[in-house]
Design a protein around this ligand. Structure first.
Ligand code: ADP
Ligand code: MG
Length: 589
């Protein structure tokens, strides 16, 4: 445990904001009392002088457009009249500045963190777009200070995203593109690694292009069928956004707008193919900006070492395909696009506070490492994205009687079949012949801080070790290290691995349980008895495993997933109910 006070990592987004911290060596994003990690960047100023921030504020937007401030990031650090965006509210009328509104969002994020961490925090790292000028960066910093936070550093969003994707392990002069399609803006940046830090070579984009435009395209499509019904247009946006999100994972979805104008209802099916036709022109607008950024940076697409996706709208399959087309390569989609910037801010904060060791944390295994087992299957020993240095092991036995030795093929890759993965090396482990299943060979993989993989195979009957070292780059491995490693039993490595999985599962459970409890208490009446029983029993299983004296990491992981599943529908209904309530309030139902 570190004694220094934690530093928060904050993504202060145009549409959504997130906060996180490094906890027990892991960068994590913190959830609010509803279990949500995404806080809409919206502030509602009530007539009585009180204010609300986040999802609740956003729900008031349709009712009180002039009292609800959204997208304030478009206004921060700009002189009045500057910029090309006209907000549907007047900050002057509300008597607040963009800095003050941003400060309210930051205060909310600080409160979410303090509740989750059960301690007060006063320091933060905040991200801003790469194109933000000095005035905009300073204004963001002032907002932080107004919210009671010392801003330790302002970090560029693409740089933060690259950190989250683990790309700081790139070699000198390697280059990447960060494609960020958010709620209202599109940013494309080309970065180059120079002396261990990212340099932004170029940025381009469109400040009027994002998920909002996609929602609008769906609304317009709906309205065509209803011949320009204005009630429909004002009601349909939340339903359109929800349908859009579903279409990122489903082939077809139904949009229902019950009594949208008091009498008529609408229920239409939207297929993914139809949706893609609708939004293709919008997505295609990103191409010119990408080419522009590449040419400004003097980089050809094939010279890029990675293309990463950031922003919630890059969850759309068409966007992913289109990015692959533009850059002539598959983008890296290994991180949650709407969380990558925040995660990078957290990592940066962790490095500053000393709770993350610079080199150690940021280096991760790019691909899973494992060995071939019976039936030609890949048996992963160290999963991809595991932080190095790391060590893990497993026990194997002979498949047939009187086998004299075992061939261990060391593999790298994500495919289920061994033959589809790359072979890094092979080693033969001899053991005394015996009946089937009598041999006990422990295989341990250890990767040191330099990324060198050492495979140790031990016949536990004779305590004979066979060691294979895999690395092209020559690094001296001193005998003491080797000996020390050999001295550590394979069983021990196994425990290490189990502890790691346990820690991850435990963090997840501790985040999930209070969120589920809160949702049940607050929205209990939206849940049928049957469903409540299912959720409560799933939660009870998680709780029991969490408090069991024997740590069963696998079981806890499975129980977490079951609880997540059990509450999925509830989450959907909470959103639907919020919509319904707003219809009722407006006397439309
Ligand atoms: P910003 O950086 O602008 O604050 P985000 O990166 O959080 O915003 O992106 C928000 C946008 O992403 C919204 O328009 C939202 O509708 C969209 N979005 C979120 N999830 C999905 C999804 N699964 N499919 C399509 N769009 C999504
Ligand atoms: Mg963003």
């Amino acid at each position: 445990m570190t004694t220094t006070s934690p530093i928060l990592g904050i993504d202060l987004g145009t549409t959504n904001s997130l906060v996180g911290v490094v906890d027990s060596g892991f960068p994590i994003l913190l959830a609010d009392e509803q279990g949500q990690r995404l806080t809409p960047s919206a502030v509602n100023f009530a007539a009585d002088g009180s204010l609300i921030v986040g999802a609740a504020a956003l729900r008031k937007r349709a009712l009180e457009p002039r009292r609800t401030v959204t997208s304030v990031k478009r206004l921060i650090g700009r002189r009045g009249g500057e910029g090309d965006w006209q907000p549907p509210y007047s900050l002057r009328e509300l008597g607040v500045s963009p800095i003050e509104v941003s400060a309210e969002i930051l205060k909310r994020l600080k409160a979410i963190a303090e509740r989750a961490l059960e301690q007060s925090v006063s320091r933060a790292v905040i991200t801003v777009p790469a194109y933000f000028n000095d005035a905009q960066r300073n204004a963001t910093k002032q907002a932080g200070e107004l919210a009671g936070l010392t801003v330790e550093r302002i970090v560029s969003e693409p740089t933060a995203a690259a950190l989250a994707y683990g790309l700081d392990k790139l070699g000198e002069r390697q280059k990447i593109a960060v494609y960020d399609l958010g709620g209202g803006t599109f940013d494309i940046s080309v970065l180059e690694m120079r002396e261990g830090v990212f340099q932004v070579l170029s940025t381009a984009g469109d400040t009027q292009l994002g998920g909002d435009d996609i929602d609008r395209a769906i609304v317009n499509w709906l309205a065509e069928g209803a011949s320009g019904n204005s009630a429909l247009e004002s009601q349909a946006t939340p339903a359109a956004e929800a349908a859009k999100k579903r279409l990122s994972s489903e082939e077809s979805t139904r949009i229902e707008l019950p009594f949208f104008d008091g009498t008529s209802s609408l229920s239409v099916e939207l297929t993914r193919a139809e949706f893609e036709k609708l939004i293709r022109p919008l997505v295609e607008r990103t191409r010119a900006h990408c080419l522009r950024a590449l040419s400004d940076a003097g980089v050809k697409p094939e010279e890029l070492d990675a293309v990463i996706l950031v922003g919630g709208s890059t969850r759309i399959p068409l966007v992913r395909r289109y990015v692959a087309e533009i850059f002539g390569r598959e983008p890296d989609i290994s991180q949650n696009p709407d969380e990558a910037v925040a995660l990078g801010a957290v990592i940066q904060a962790g490095i500053l506070s000393g709770s993350l060791k610079n080199v150690l944390l940021l280096d991760v295994t790019p691909l899973s490492l494992g060995i071939e087992t019976f039936g030609g299957l890949m048996n992963t020993i160290i999963p991809r994205n595991t932080t190095i240095p790391c060590k893990a092991g497993e026990m194997f036995t002979n498949a047939v009687a009187n086998q004299q030795d075992m061939l261990i093929r060391v593999l790298q890759g994500e495919r289920e079949l061994a033959k589809d993965n790359w072979e890094l090396g092979r080693v033969i482990v001899p053991f005394p012949p015996g009946p089937k299943g009598s041999a006990r060979v422990g295989v341990q993989f250890a990767i040191d801080a330099n990324g060198i993989l050492q495979v140790l195979a031990r016949d536990t009957a004779t305590n004979t070790d066979t060691v294979l070292e895999i690395q092209n780059t020559a690094v001296d491995v001193d005998d003491e290290r080797v000996e020390q490693m050999i001295a550590e039993s394979v069983e021990h490595a196994f425990e290490d691995m189990n502890e790691r999985v346990w820690t991850e599962a435990k963090l997840k459970a501790e985040e999930l349980l209070p969120a589920v409890d809160a949702a049940l208490t607050q929205f209990g009446d939206a849940v049928s008895d049957d469903e409540r029983r299912v959720i409560e029993s799933a939660a009870a299983s998680v709780r029991a495993l969490l408090h069991a004296t024997e740590h069963d990491a696998k079981a806890l992981k499975t129980a977490n997933a079951a609880l997540d599943d059990a509450t999925q529908e509830l989450a959907v209904r909470l959103v639907e109910r919020a919509m319904e309530e707003s219809l009722v309030r407006r006397g439309l139902v």
